[in-house]
Design a protein around this ligand. Sequence first.
Ligand code: SF4
Length: 187
Amino acid sequence: MPQALEQLRVEVEACRGCTLWQGRANLVFGVGNPQARVLVVGEAPGAEEDAQGEPFVGRSGKLLTEMFAHAGLAREDVYIANILKCRPPGNRNPLPEEIQACTPWLREQTRIINPEFIVTVGNFATQFILKTDLGVTKLRGRVHEAGRFKVYPVFHPAYALRNRNTVLPQLEEDFRTLGQLLNAKGA
Ligand code: SF4
């Protein structure tokens, strides 16, 4: 239902639910297939995302797009969004009041897209979606439940870029496993 997402985007564009809209260059609403089986959720826009108005661009985004291929997916096959739609200054962590104000938008996006899998990228998104204090290291690469959704945590690509010999192979492995899960589900 692309229209429903487009309508939602117009509403989020006008959102003044917290102060972050004041410092943004662009809203980073989300991008991708509105009927995706996989919804990818990150933390918040960084500088490049803010400049381009699209989540996961720049070096991290390029690596994430490469990782999708390990799952048999193109970037266009999935939907990519963040918990926060506007960039926190200096890439600081989102504040509790910002999360509270912004997450109804993500909830509505999730309701419209109705994915089978929510891939949480990095610690912050994983802990928020799964309501846990456990880190992504302990949770990655296997399916958890959140309501009716299957939640699949993976390392943040920025972390994999900093740890190419150790974390990157694990990230690749986790996306290969995701591909198997999608094939099993689609069979
Ligand atoms: S971060 Fe979210 S709640 Fe805050 S102004 Fe932007 S869209 Fe609204």
